[in-house]
Design a protein around this ligand. Sequence first.
Ligand code: DP6
Length: 356
Amino acid sequence: MKLEDFISAASFELHQEVTWQAPSNIALIKYWGKYGEQLPKNPSLSFTLNQCVTTTTIDCQPNSSGRLSFSFEFEGQAAPEFHPKIDQFFQRIIPFQPWLKQHHLNIKSSNSFPHSSGIASSASAMAALSIGLMDLERQGGAAISESYFYQKASFLARLGSGSAARSVQGPLCVWGETPSIPESSDLFAHPISTSVHPSFQDYQDAVLLIDKGTKVVSSSQGHALMEGHPFAERRFEQAHQQLALLKRAIETGAVEQFIRVVESEALTLHAMMMTSQPYFILMHPNTLAVIHKVWEYRKANTSALCFTLDAGANVHLLYPKAEKEKVNDFIARELSVFCQSGQYILDEVGSGVKKV
Ligand code: DP6
């Protein structure tokens, strides 16, 4: 698929309301560094989550002004603070959905997880909005195949937030062209469900909320700091190699290899932050305390428990369903003390967007 394939020629006037739910995702191979219009400097691969979701209703009405207009409510309240981000998103996607210019959209959105939890909500939010827009495009009469529907939703979501491209489908999605996955693309994420070993189909993700405060450096600023970063080029190459290793581990059920790559990626992401100019640290002392506890736990038990980190202090713990009871008990007894207000979220791998 090329960029031009995503330009819709459809022109219509629609009175229609749609509601879609999209999950968050957790990257195993990290996207860190971008160029052009939301294109990744390296490929990434993620587990799609199940419980951490954004639900978005779009009420679409004809508008004769020739310019798209919208209103936005978050959790039942007008939320003007989100307007600049949504406005930028629409400016980017209008060339691909010109029918938007004939409409006014009333958008209402809410999250299943606390907004202040530090969980990246932009991925689920942009994915929910994008899939809703694709539903409207389809209802407007555009001839759309099933695969194009999801690919273009991922393409649009990417223009809102890079990692959102990976929140449309599941349980594992790759975004960014890489030789080990010939179907991969920089333009949208691709699900790799067919070749996932059973060991990885029911993975659990416990999100430990270590620090719910606002991050000192946003993801956008962090991506920008990869420009001119002394280790950037080597890191981008490494992501391709790690992705190939991880893909093989996921196909063959090689749990130890999976752990080695996933934990290395988490620490590499934070190493890139610590070696940026200006340098910064998003981990918290409790992030490190949890990491050491996980390593001790693995030493003392036959366990596949491992950790990954997003661009913040929170820790995601990944483990097979077979270990759910034991690990959840370990979290409650020994790790919840490191969480802000003792809070954590138990989630698992999911399959992507759902129409409500
Ligand atoms: C560390 O997708 O939030 O979570 O494209 O600027 O919206 P923008 O960035 P964003 O970056 C996510 C970075 C990450 C790694 C990942 O999810 O792959």
